[in-house]
Design a protein around this ligand. Structure first.
Ligand code: NAI
Length: 446
């Protein structure tokens, strides 16, 4: 599960050889470590609107070294490009070309983040064109950045300010090492809900969280990350995975619940366990999932129904129980694990892609139901992640799959876990019904 190639070409002779031969040159990504600064190096806030001024002022409160104008040749940690008042495509030129002049000064693992407004609610075709233009601009820029640098965007609903809690929460996530494998993506801030944590190192303090499929892989990484962020954990997996589940539960000082999530009463069992042990339930992470790959022409009923049953039907049934429970009403948060297969499709995975597409549809439609209780629901769609599952892919296929993204490497389970931990936090309370890809800007071909 280690990517030895990335280690080899990250420095010294290996790097020189890869450069001469024109081979992919992935670098070891900057990942979040508790206690480390959000980002090192100055943050250049580009843009001439009142929103840009307000944002620069807000970033100063995080002890960042904020610049409103570039200093020639100075190395930068990040560029934040504020494009919140576009009314026609020509408005892009000045701020974008100003930012472009600083791109060569970005440090390795730097960040570029755009802030703009959603195109769908623009007041005119010209404003919609300008706003939608940011999409193509950012995704192209992300493909041009090198040395572990990433580009992502935050899209604000009309009534959401540039300094709302979730705008700042999303910006902090994108600037930090928590978003190491998120690249070329947009997060929409849909409302002014949410608030920033008192303790930035323990954003989930006081929350009780359930993680399904937590005995191994991405689920175990999610449990560890939520625990690090201060949550009390209930880890769920099938009885056959009981020993591994108990190990994870001990590691995160939580409790294990052996449960097949496709059981009719799974939702109620989860609620009862949480209320009996901890008196509350705040966060549910739907991570458990299975693959039963076959070309559709050869698909049998067992493969189809088991994948739909575990990956989406079980989540729908559990959510129904949660939504009907008086114990899930205090700003509750649900995060589901989807997949880029559900966006682009994947040969041999029609059942899996249908289930993961289903997860994304479910998330969008459930958001208004949770909003009634100040809650949120989102999905994370991982691309190629280095797990036991992907280590079994034949070498040549695996090498192609893991290099076909802007960061030229696979992600780690912890990268998926970081995105989920952010979406489960109150700092993301104004983000709901969204799907965030954690795929290094995988060339999904959709
Ligand atoms: P994994 O197979 O290593 O772990 C899945 C866990 O879910 C296992 O512990 C399994 O026992 C549990 N599980 C399966 N059916 C269950 C049921 N009915 N009830 C309770 N627990 C059940 O998988 P991995 O790689 O950690 O994937 C986790 C999630 O991420 C899945 O939803 C998967 O579809 C998704 N994903 C994974 C990607 C990857 O590259 N590994 C890429 C995209 C999505």
């Amino acid at each position: 599960m280690t990517d030895k190639y990335t280690q080899m070409v990250s420095h010294g002779l290996g790097r020189d050889i890869a450069r001469k031969l024109g081979l992919p040159q992935p670098v070891v990504l900057r990942r979040h470590q508790p206690g480390q600064p959000i980002i090192t190096g100055p943050v250049l806030v580009q843009g001439s609107t009142a929103g840009a001024d307000a944002l620069a002022a807000a970033l100063l409160l995080w002890d960042l070294d904020v610049r409103r104008h570039a200093v020639p040749k100075e190395k930068l940690g990040a560029i934040v490009l504020v494009l919140d008042e576009l009314s026609r495509p020509e408005d892009l030129e000045r701020p974008v070309l100003s930012a472009a002049a600083s791109l060569r000064d970005l440090s390795p693992n730097a960040r570029v983040v755009t802030l703009s407004r959603q195109a769908a609610t623009a007041g005119s075709p010209a404003a919609a064109a300008a706003r939608q233009g940011v999409d193509g601009l950012l995704r192209s820029l992300a493909k041009e950045l090198r040395s572990g640098a990433t580009g992502n965007g935050i899209v604000l609903a009309e009534d959401v300010s540039v300094t709302s809690a979730s705008t700042l929460g999303a910006l902090r996530f994108f600037l930090s090492g928590r978003s190491a494998f998120v690249d070329g993506q947009f997060l929409a801030v849909t409302s002014a809900e949410g608030h920033l944590p008192e303790d930035v190192d323990k954003p989930l303090a006081g929350k009780v969280a359930v993680v399904t499929g937590a005995a191994r892989g991405i689920g175990a990484a999610i449990a560890r990350t939520l625990y690090r962020d201060g949550a009390t954990l209930i880890v769920v997996d099938i009885p056959a995975a009981g020993d591994h589940l108990a190990d994870v539960a001990n590691e995160v000082r939580g409790t294990a619940l052996q449960l097949d999530i496709s059981r009719e009463d799974a939702g109620q069992r989860i609620i009862d366990h949480a209320v009996e042990r901890y008196g509350r339930l705040d966060i549910v992470i739907h991570n458990a999932g299975i693959t039963r790959d076959k070309l559709l022409a050869n698909m049998d009923q067992g493969r189809w129904s088991s994948v739909i049953g575990v990956n989406i039907a079980a989540q729908l049934r559990i959510n129904e129980a949660l939504l009907g429970s008086e114990h899930f009403r205090d700003a509750p948060r649900i995060v589901s694990v989807a997949s880029t297969s559900g966006i682009a499709g994947n040969r041999g995975q029609s059942n899996y892609a249908a289930s993961k597409g289903g997860v994304m549809g479910m998330v969008r439609a459930t958001a208004p139901l949770l909003a009634v209780h100040g809650g949120s629901i989102n999905a994370v769609a991982p691309g190629f992640i280095e797990t036991e599952m992907t280590s079994r892919i034949p070498l040549a296929t695996r090498e192609i799959a893991r290099r076909l993204n802007s960061l030229q490497q696979g992600g780690k389970p912890a990268d998926v876990a970081e995105a989920i931990a952010f979406l489960a936090s109150d700092a993301a309370g104004g983000i709901s019904g969204e799907v965030l890809r954690v795929c290094g800007q995988n060339l999904v071909g959709a």
